[in-house]
Write a protein that binds this ligand. Structure first.
Ligand SMILES: C[S@@+](CC[C@H](N)C(=O)[O-])C[C@H]1O[C@@H](n2cnc3c(N)ncnc32)[C@H](O)[C@@H]1O
Length: 294
């Protein structure tokens, strides 16, 4: 797996790739990173890569000629490095939202190469997109200042799925989205914190019961928080039983922050109108409620 970032800030990308799982996987040779700066392909003394937009309006637009030359150099570098395929990806808010499915497909092509074009300013000349770009990806319905962080997020998401990148492969298989569901809640020591105890089942040592509880939590949370994901889940008879059980003992419907703003706020409001939500942020009943249940 080889990524080449085409960016005006190569040091930013290189620096961020040196940490944690990404950094270790890079050191072990599980993936490779190259950077190409479009300024190296500008033709004037100021190394200009942007100009004012035709038609007027605010901001600047990245010019096609230096970007095309930078992408050509990136492609050539990937070919020379032996990549079986080279795909040019433009990070842009106008792209297809990035999902686990796309990330996993990218991670499956171990000898593939990706050139990641990180825009700046108002974006890049659309003619460059039409000629050079194979795929456009967005990392969310919001705008950041440049494509470097989106490119890093894409690389991080792919690299952590590469064989050998994580010490415990099972951990990535059990994470949110891997099986179409959100992750289960996690707990660690201390066993009781601020009067709140860890769910008893997690202390039971009964692996089947723990697995069942975790599946119930993942199903219940996904249904409550991400109905869009939940709609695509094929439920078994046991899943339906778990959901019914979750509905009986759970009070939490919305993620933490639902009271503060954002999409979760809107979901929370909708739930309020339906009379189904609670302000309880955790997926566990409060200690007092658990005592009452006991
Ligand atoms: C300030 S943004 C340009 C935003 C653009 N004028 C728009 O309204 O869609 C500069 C660059 O950041 C990157 N970028 C910003 N938000 C992004 C997102 N949600 N997903 C992927 N890339 C993004 C793109 O590379 C973009 O060219």
């Amino acid at each position: 797996m080889r990524f080449t970032a085409v960016t005006l800030f190569p040091e930013l990308v290189q620096a961020a790739c040196g940490f944690g799982i990404m950094g270790r996987a890079l050191a072990r040779g599980l993936w490779a990173l190259d950077v190409v700066n479009p300024r190296d392909f500008a033709h004037d003394a100021h190394r200009t890569v942007d100009d004012r937009p035709y038609g007027g309006g605010p901001g600047m637009v990245m010019m096609a000629p230096p970007l095309a030359a930078a992408i050509a150099a990136a492609r050539e570098g990937q070919r020379r490095a032996g990549c079986a395929s080279v795909r040019v990806v433009h990070l842009t808010p106008a792209g297809v939202p990035l999902t686990h499915v796309r990330v996993a497909a990218m991670a499956a092509g171990l000898d593939a190469g990706y050139v990641l074009l990180a825009g700046r300013y108002e974006g890049v000349d659309e003619r460059l997109v039409a000629r050079e770009i194979d795929e456009e990806i967005a990392i969310g319905d919001f705008v950041v200042s440049g494509g470097e962080l989106p490119a890093l997020m894409l690389m991080d998401a792919v690299v952590r799925l590469l064989p050998g990148a994580t010490n415990e492969p099972a951990s990535v298989e059990q994470e949110s989205f891997a099986d179409g569901l959100l992750d289960t809640p996690h707990f660690t020591r201390p066993e009781v914190w601020q009067g709140e105890a860890v769910p008893e089942v997690l202390l039971s040592g009964n692996h089947a019961a723990i697995a069942r509880w975790r599946r119930m939590q993942a199903l219940g949370r996904t249904k409550a928080r991400r109905p869009d994901l939940f709609a695509a889940v094929e439920l078994s008879a046991e899943d339906r039983r778990l959901l019914a059980e979750y509905g009986q003992c759970e009070t939490a419907q919305a993620p933490r922050g639902a009271r503060d703003g954002g999409d979760a706020q809107r979901r929370g409001d909708a739930d309020d109108k339906a009379g189904t939500t609670s302000a309880t942020p955790t997926s566990l009943p409060r200690t007092s409620e658990r005592k009452e249940q006991a």
